[in-house]
Design a protein around this ligand. Structure first.
Ligand code: ZN
Length: 498
């Protein structure tokens, strides 16, 4: 058995090295790589993927995993997790013909470049043939796996293990019941809007971003903050976690809250058990749990009045002309302004899930063969009208706004809404141990970070999302915590004075 266990660790080393290389190319493509590099990059990614595929999918690996599965009792917890993850990965790609798998990896590199231009030029037609190919691959993939149930279940399960259309339908129905009347009642309140004509010097915004990420617990010697068109986080190892933001001089909220959001993602990766080393288990367990970590920092903490009781003086010091005369309550209302809008990434905390529902409904229809690619722009407009009451005038502001589909990320969007709901459940569990608001008021994140590390971060992929939620909160996922949180937040915002 010792020899087999050694082979398992070797396999882990090889595959993790390939993932590392692929992530580095991805980081480069999103930050510094010149546009013209796209063909060489696509070929490089295709090459790495082929190598990955051949290393994982072969008889030797299959035999090794089978032997280890039959001898579970000889394995440590960590080894068992590795076997389980490799088996899942093996099963999810082994049935795809090798050539098709590699070609697809190259396709998504190209297709995201085409999408970028299409979005810039409001030209859906140029993107449509690529989107068709990506969707065709995904449909084939669902067929190869042949898991039964709803075809979209396969894609949901890839992002959030165990999630099905039936679960997601029920979850979104609950959210919709709450959010629609809540948005109506908030719109009658005396909301505060920051002027779009105000300028916020970017050098001051940069200072604020760096200051806050360090305050929240980001290890600066194990990561970087850079700039990119769209903010994101990429983890090469727990000691090299890179985040990006984007500064706009007439909108301080964009960079501020995306930095806090990405810091939440980064803290998850930086606090994974050191002993895991470079390994398949040394990353977040699912997109939903990852989003819970970014959203708990961005919204539950970063958009709370308690947080700003501590940090507002710094804001006023950095932007004296803009906030010198604004009191805390108005600032707090301003950062929590609610209004149905066209762009998901700029949406407020309350209407955000409605943007996700639009995408969820459309993706479900795509994989039920109920809509063709050339019908998507119109379907998008219809859904926005019915869910948010607004209609985009261009496809750039509509169906072309998100990068996800060009990268083949179907089944991914629901994890954003789940993340918010998980975050509320985690916060209430945390509150049973200590008073979260008191920590926020002091700007002291040590108890919060310890709780997150002990209950979530450290485990990496050794626990499933369902296990994490149950072990951390003592119960299964319950969206009512989010409903209570969001209703309570806005009820008190317009009643209390601070
Ligand atoms: Zn995120």
């Amino acid at each position: 058995m010792k020899k087999h266990i050694e082979q398992l660790h070797e396999l882990d080393q090889q595959l993790s090295a390939l993932t590392y290389a692929q992530s580095l190319v991805e980081w480069d493509s999103l930050t510094l790589a010149p546009k013209k590099s796209v063909n060489a990059r696509a070929a490089c990614i295709e090459g790495i993927s082929t190598f990955y595929f051949n290393t994982l999918v072969n008889e030797k690996t299959d035999d090794l995993l089978r032997t280890l599965e039959l001898n579970k009792s000889y394995l440590s917890q960590i080894e068992q997790s590795k076997v389980m993850i490799f088996r899942d990965d093996y099963d999810s790609i082994a049935k795809i013909p090798a050539k098709e798998f590699s070609a697809y990896q190259g396709l998504v590199v190209e297709s995201s470049q085409v999408w970028e231009n299409a979005k810039k030029n409001n030209d859906f037609d140029s993107f449509a043939p690529f989107l068709e190919k990506v969707i065709a691959f995904k449909k084939n993939y669902i067929g190869y796996l042949d898991l039964g149930g709803h075809p979209y279940d396969t894609l949901l399960n890839d992002n959030e293990k165990g999630l099905t259309v039936a679960d997601a339908d029920a979850f979104f129905a609950t959210l919709q019941e709450t959010i629609v009347p809540l948005v109506q009642s908030i719109s009658k309140q005396d909301q505060v809007i920051f002027s779009e004509n105000e300028k916020y010097p970017i050098v001051q915004q940069e200072k604020l971003s760096s200051y806050l990420m360090e305050k929240l617990g980001f290890r600066m010697d194990g990561g970087v903050l850079a700039r990119s068109e769209h903010p994101f986080t990429i983890n090469l190892s727990r000691d090299d976690v890179r985040i990006t933001t984007h500064y706009y001089d007439n909108d301080f909220m964009s960079a501020l809250f995306s930095t806090i959001h990405e810091t939440g993602h980064a803290l998850y990766e930086q606090n994974i058990n050191e002993k895991f080393g470079l390994s398949v288990i040394a990353t977040g367990t699912s997109m939903g749990i990852h989003e819970s970590q970014s959203r708990i920092f961005e919204n539950n903490f970063g958009k709370s009045v308690e947080f700003w009781k501590c940090f507002y003086p710094i804001m006023q010091e950095l932007f004296p002309n803009q906030f010198g005369q604004t009191n805390l309550l108005n600032y707090y209302k301003g950062i929590n302004y609610v209004k149905p809008s066209l762009i998901r990434i700029e949406a407020d905390e309350v209407t955000y899930p409605l943007h996700i529902m639009v995408r969820y409904e459309i993706e479900k229809m795509i994989f039920e063969d109920k809509v063709k690619v050339n019908e998507l722009p119109e379907l998008w407009r219809e859904k926005y009208k019915s869910y948010l009451g607004v209609v985009p005038q261009t496809d750039s502001l509509g169906v072309l706004q998100d990068v996800h589909w060009s990268e083949g990320l179907f089944g991914y969007f629901p994890s954003y809404a789940l993340g918010s709901a998980y975050a509320a459940q985690f916060e209430q569990a945390m509150n049973k141990q200590f008073n979260v608001n008191e920590c926020l008021e002091k700007g002291d994140f040590s108890n919060i970070l310890t709780w997150l590390r002990d209950n979530i971060h450290q485990y990496g992929r050794t626990k499933t999302p369902k296990q994490i939620i149950f072990d951390a909160t003592g119960e299964n996922f319950n969206p009512n915590y989010f409903i209570q949180y969001i209703q309570e937040k806005y009820r008190t915002m317009y009643q209390k004075t601070y």
